[in-house]
Design a protein around this ligand. Structure first.
Ligand code: GCV
Length: 720
């Protein structure tokens, strides 16, 4: 029941006057505070389904902080009439009303918070920020307190999109209770393309999606556009994401037909004012499949003509179309190799068609044809390294963070640092295919920080993956970070409420790959759960440890590939897939009487040699290889003495155990927050943690019992 309808019931004159006038009035007076309390709690709880994400803007309690915010923001001037500038106006006015309880309508002159561009705002033009703003580019911005102008705060950018990004930054300061009275913030993204890849299918399902169905309602589009698309675009803009690939890389060519292009155009027009371009995953066989041609050979002039005509048509319908993402010659997707051509031939075919329109190609390096090398993880490097420099300027090679497939822990793919003349774009997986789907609480910020901080040594020390991706090591002209999205139609968007943190962190890391996972988790926690240190500290603690905990009970010490067939949720370390050897868990785990792990040293598959010195030596040596990657690079004997002094078997058992007990700790820590967060969200997370703790035990028990059939060693006391 809402407060309003409750009031109406109490004030109903017939009810009050007719039979019980006096007694009722007394009861009402005595019980009023209690009833009001109940109603408020109820109203609050009902709203807490997680749908507001980190953009909650709950009122800041009366405090010196609130007073100082109110004094700093006494008026608002947002100039310009573009769609984006209108969004800035409504966003600011409504956020400030909610946060500060101030109604600040947009005043044309002299507000104490001024937002805009030199073009749209005479006030900003007068500040002569042009040079500085130009250096920051269209997406960069400054937020500055002008001392000489009565402490006015200015959010300025070259373009309205930059001003929108600056607006969300400013609001984040308020949401996270930071001081705002003396600001001098200068920001620009370190990466140009910050793209979410949706593996969404035509039938509404999402490959590896665990939060409901696709947000794109193909049946209703273009006539009806769901309001949630606007909410999605807004959330992305708030974290700087500027592109969405709408369909699965296992792609259906139907998305390239005129009928679908009009549907996509309708989505693009909702995304546009939020600075988001749409991209499509292109099916390489489209000329044959939908074009009525007899071949899709990239060197056939008629095929080239078909793509040119198709791309021209796309730009007529969607003038700011971003370009194509392509999965070719991988997992049954067709590609240039079907015609004896190279990946460069294929990518350049599309790049040529897109180039006059400013479009780009993101060509995936996720290939692992068995005839290239017996070790799956050697294959992509072997295929792409010789092609370096053979791609057109508007092509990026998009590589997953690791050489295998989004495992809970992998060393960085050796392709990072191997391509000097071709921009390498990082592909991260936000959806938790191998990380407990939407059941396990695993914060991925720490995984991405580890990845981006890894030194590739490709141009001497300090050639980190982050700097490679940012184009600083090899001076790439265009740069990008992609993330496989975890969004869907679930009310809370991501299935698990903590999955939202991964969406948020993806945006922050794509904007700045040198971000700190801890800072990002703290920002998100404050905005999502509240600023009380009694909430922030334990939640950040849970998040920061969560990925290591998961690694411990799933793939400790550098294990990989231990998952059940197809679903990739539960353990099945002995699984042999009759379809392909390299889809089998047993292929990766390599358990035998001697020990466990994949020998990729110089006596094995020689994968270590794909890394620059000194990493190749470091990974090759047993004592120099970091323990977290041990089983990735080495086949380790059961009795091998480990750094802890324990034999390997005991160490392995204790890592699994540690994972289980850490998952239990996480659950206990959450339980301590009961009553400190709203009941609905508390319960939703508690339910998921229950599943996680049970799953952790299953992982430990199933894996250790399987490994024991080879090690023939006893399990630690108290184990299955
Ligand atoms: C979209 C893995 C996943 C597939 C995915 C593929 C890819 O194999 O299991 O679902 O396909 O990676 O990234 O192309």
């Amino acid at each position: 029941m809402s407060i309003n309808s409750a009031e109406k019931t109490f004030q109903n004159p017939t009810l009050v006057r007719a039979r019980h006038a006096l007694p009722l009035r007394n009861i009402f007076t005595n019980l009023f505070p209690f009833i009001l309390f109940l109603l408020l709690t109820c109203a609050n709880t009902q709203a807490e389904d997680g749908s507001r994400l980190w953009l909650r803007f709950d009122p800041i309690e009366n405090s010196p902080l609130l007073q100082s915010y109110r004094q700093t923001v006494t008026g608002l001037t947002v100039e310009g009439t573009s769609e984006t500038e209108k969004i800035i106006q409504t966003e600011l006015a409504s956020a400030l009303k909610n946060l500060l309880g101030q109604n600040l309508s947009n005043s044309p002159e002299g507000g104490k918070l001024i937002v805009g561009t030199p073009e749209s705002s005479a006030l900003i033009a007068r500040l002569k920020l042009d040079k500085e703003l130009k250096r920051l580019g269209p997406e960069g911005y400054v937020i500055r307190t002008l001392k000489e102008k009565n402490k006015t705060t200015v959010i300025a950018s070259q373009s309205p999109i930059g001003a929108l990004y600056g607006t969300f930054y400013f609001l984040r300061l308020l949401q996270t209770h930071q001081p705002i009275e003396d600001l001098n913030i200068v920001e620009k993204p370190k990466v140009k393309l910050r793209v979410l890849d949706h593996w969404d299918n035509l039938d509404g399902t999402i490959e590896r999606g665990y939060a409901g169905k696709t947000l794109w309602n193909w049946k209703e589009l273009p006539g009806k556009v769901d309001q949630r698309l606007k909410d999605y675009a807004r959330a992305n803009a708030s974290i700087g994401i500027n592109g969405s690939v709408l369909n699965n890389v296992n792609s259906n060519p139907i998305f390239l037909t005129e009928e679908y292009l009009h549907k996509i155009a309708a989505i693009a027009s909702v995304f546009r004012p939020y600075g988001i371009k749409v991209y499509l995953a292109a099916n390489f066989a489209a000329p044959k499949k939908i074009g009525g041609m007899t071949t899709s050979d990239p060197l056939d002039p008629q095929v080239a003509e078909w793509w040119k005509t198709k791309v021209d048509e796309i730009y007529k319908i969607i003038p700011d179309f971003g370009g194509f993402l392509v999965k070719a010659n991988s997992e049954n997707q067709s590609g240039p190799q079907d015609y004896g051509r190279t990946h460069a031939d294929g990518a350049n075919l599309l790049a040529k068609a897109l180039q006059p329109h400013g479009g780009i190609v993101m060509w995936r390096s996720f290939v692992y044809n068995a005839d290239v090398d017996p070790d799956r993880i050697n294959r992509a490097y072997k295929e792409f390294k010789p092609l370096d420099g053979k791609f057109l300027k508007n092509v990026l090679i998009q590589s997953k963070n690791g050489a295998l497939d989004f495992q809970p822990r992998e060393p960085f793919s050796p392709l990072f640092g191997a391509l000097r003349k071709t921009p390498l774009m990082a592909e991260l997986q936000v959806t938790q295919e191998y990380l407990g789907h939407s059941n396990h609480l695993v914060y991925l910020g720490t995984m991405w920080e580890e990845f981006f901080k890894s030194d590739t040594y490709s141009k001497g020390p300090y050639s980190t993956v982050a700097r490679v991706v940012e184009g600083k090591v090899f001076k790439y002209q265009i740069t990008g970070v992609a993330g496989v999205a975890n969004t869907g139609t679930d009310r809370n968007w991501t299935g698990h409420l903590f999955g939202q943190a991964n969406w948020y962190a993806f945006g922050r890391f794509a904007w700045n790959p040198e971000s700190s996972a801890k800072e990002v988790s703290e920002e998100w926690t404050r905005m999502t759960w509240g600023n009380d240190p009694q909430l922030v500290n334990p939640i950040v603690g849970m998040m920061m440890g969560s990925r290591e905990t998961y690694v411990n009970y799933v793939t400790p010490l550098g294990l990989s590939g231990v998952f059940e067939k197809d679903l990739h949720y539960a353990p099945d370390p002995g699984m042999v897939d009759p379809r392909r050897e390299d889809w089998s868990a047993a292929y990766y785990v390599r358990a035998d009487e001697k020990g466990l792990g994949f020998n990729r040293t110089l006596t094995g598959s020689r994968n270590v040699n794909q890394y620059h010195p000194p990493l190749n030596h470091r990974f090759n040596g047993f004592s120099t290889c970091p323990e977290k990657f041990l089983l990735w690079f080495h086949h380790v004997a059961w009795g091998q003495k480990m750094k802890s002094g324990k034999p390997f078997w005991e160490e392995l058992c204790s890592r699994y155990d540690q994972g289980v007990s850490e998952a239990g700790e996480c659950q206990k820590n959450w339980d301590l927050l009961k009553g400190k967060v709203d009941g609905e969200r508390f319960g939703a997370v508690a339910d998921k943690l229950k599943i996680q703790v049970e799953d952790a035990k299953k992982w430990r028990d199933k894996c250790l019992l399987y490994f024991q059939t080879f090690s023939h060693q006893p399990l630690p006391a108290g184990k299955p």
